[in-house]
Write a protein that binds this ligand. Structure first.
Ligand code: SF4
Length: 364
């Protein structure tokens, strides 16, 4: 997974899930993003991936004829049956028919069958709600965005954007969602930032009208408030702090005092020891963590080397697999300089001067 990337992407590219992982538990962030390896997946995770795939399939017209597939419920359910069981048998992954197979920590032998049945109910409700809507309302599916901020990039993928005469609705599919995440969660704030960039490429540049969650376990629509300027500013601020925190852990340069003094949302004590510990005691934040029985248990038992050393060894292994002629380009300073030059050439003049930590920035 990490072989094609440069190590600096770990701190130069920030998504809502990376930010949330490192904030919720530094070790989980490290294992998911610093030294990513294929993990045994949680059943809820693969079910969610499969649902996203089915929703996309249903909402996407044929590229040439523009006709929508699966106009009958039974047909749609049959597609689900084939897709789910082939993924369970390891013929392909749960994200799509071309994704690599995944290992899953099923509760018991009957667990895939229970989720298959649950999927039938979810898809029937989705079908009933979207059969007419998909032809009546223009929409964009799985739109990727990358927003430059200083030398970092905020990125993500928006599940769906519905376009109506008076504006656009950003939609995310979730199994369930709580009120706190609706009101304050970073994911929808990232999407609002992302939409404001994407809209430049949409005809008429429609303004963002609302943020919505389709909660697929119940078929309910949940409304989230549009984010304020200060919510958006806080995401930029948090992303910048995360980026510097990760440079301090993984990077090849020591952070100076001015930067350290500006990091409030992460524990700068971790930079001194070069390690990222789990957030103990374990609790709700561990609910879907795939590292509970392996990476986390090993850390508690004192087995693995510190995160900084793991990171270096992990990326050294990737470097060893790289063609010799490419090696000079893997120097962080060379790549970062090139990335900066490229981004600067793309930015508007007023954005070039962005300081990640301006003197006037209030403390978080
Ligand atoms: S199980 Fe909990 S404490 Fe351990 S790595 Fe995962 S989220 Fe962190």
């Amino acid at each position: 997974m990490g072989a094609q990337r440069h190590p600096s992407t770990v701190w130069l590219r920030v998504s809502h899930s990376k930010l949330d992982d490192y904030r919720a538990c530094p070790l989980r962030g490290h294992l998911n993003w610093g030294v990513p390896k294929p993990q045994v997946q949680q059943p809820e995770t693969v079910f969610g991936s499969a649902m996203h795939y089915m929703f996309r399939l249903f909402m996407k017209p044929h590229p040439r004829t523009k006709r929508y597939p699966y106009g009958e419920l039974e047909l749609f359910k049959n597609v689900w049956k084939g897709f789910w069981w082939r993924a369970v048998k390891g013929k392909h992954g749960f994200e799509s028919r071309t994704a690599p197979p995944a290992k899953v920590a099923w509760e018991d032998d009957a667990h895939p069958g229970r989720l298959f049945g649950a999927g039938l109910n979810v898809l029937e409700e989705f079908f009933n709600q979207h059969l007419k809507l998909r032809t009546e309302r223009p929409h964009l599916l799985e739109r990727r965005f990358s927003v430059s901020f200083g030398d970092i990039i905020l990125s993500g993928i928006i599940d769906r954007i519905d376009l109506e005469p008076d504006g656009a609705t950003v939609i995310d599919y979730k199994p369930r969602y709580d009120r706190l995440s609706l009101d304050l969660g970073s994911q929808l704030t990232f999407y609002q930032i992302g939409y404001n960039q994407l809209r430049k490429r949409i005809k008429g540049r429609p303004p963002l009208k609302r943020l919505r969650i389709y909660q697929y376990w119940t078929g309910e629509w949940l409304e989230a408030p549009l984010r304020s300027e200060s919510d958006i500013g806080m995401i930029f601020r948090s992303s910048a702090e995360l980026s510097w925190y990760l440079r301090g852990i993984y990077g090849d340069q020591q952070l100076d005092e001015r930067i350290l003094a500006q990091i409030h949302q992460f524990n700068v004590g971790h930079l001194v020891v070069g390690d990222l510990p789990p957030k103990l005691p374990r609790g709700k934040h561990c609910q879907y963590c795939p590292h509970l029985h392996h990476g986390c248990a090993a850390w508690v038992a004192g087995q693995p080397p510190p995160a900084r050393q793991q990171f270096q060894e992990y990326w050294d292994q990737n470097r060893a697999a790289t063609m010799p002629t490419q090696l000079p380009l893997l120097q962080h300073s060379v790549v970062a300089a090139a990335v900066n030059a490229y981004r600067t050439s793309l930015l508007d003049p007023e954005h070039i001067q962005i300081d990640l930590f301006p003197e006037s920035t209030p403390s978080a």
